[in-house]
Ligand binder design. Sequence first.
Ligand SMILES: N[C@@H](CCC(=O)N[C@@H](CS)C(=O)NCC(=O)O)C(=O)O
Length: 195
Amino acid sequence: MKVYGDKISGNCLKVKYTADHLGLPYTWVDVDIMAGGAKTPEFLSKNPQGQVPYVELDGGRVLAQSNAIIRYLAKDSPLLPTDNYLQAKVDEWLFWEQYSHEPYIAVNRFQMKYLGKTRHELESWRVERGEQALRFMDKHLQANPWLVESGISVADIALLAYTRLCHEGGFTLDTTPNVAGWVGRCEKTLGISGP
Ligand SMILES: N[C@@H](CCC(=O)N[C@@H](CS)C(=O)NCC(=O)O)C(=O)O
């Protein structure tokens, strides 16, 4: 498998975390998104969505969209429950991440860390929605060690990628201790350290 990605991107790191944890062999192909690497004619001819992550699977099939990729990779592994209802609960978090978490936590991180904005220059509504997302997770994690009751799953990996870096977008986990504890649990289980 070839994974096209940029390690500054949490969406790409989701794929790395999943493949590494499952011991799936892959070649990482660096795409420098800040230099327009996902918009070159060569890359667009592979993935017309013009974004990473993007994977070429063994056998020639291709897949885009981080959460679709990690869900695919996790099939028949402990990261994806077999029970239909629990699988749907994983999907519930994957969709929630893309609509109610990533557009706030990841976008604010991008604006601060890569576009050089200060916290005061961020859109206040986007900050509020990000804080709301962290509070929502905190409430759930108060009574649950993992997002889905079967154990650590790709739902945790999808949410972990940007939550663990949320301080780079001006957020803090000081007021959401259950999220902070869950980040530590995920990192320990997945063997993730450093930035
Ligand atoms: N919904 C997509 C979002 C992918 C995405 O936003 N990729 C960004 C990096 S995080 C990208 O490729 N940006 C480069 C560009 O748009 O030129 C996913 O989850 O994979």
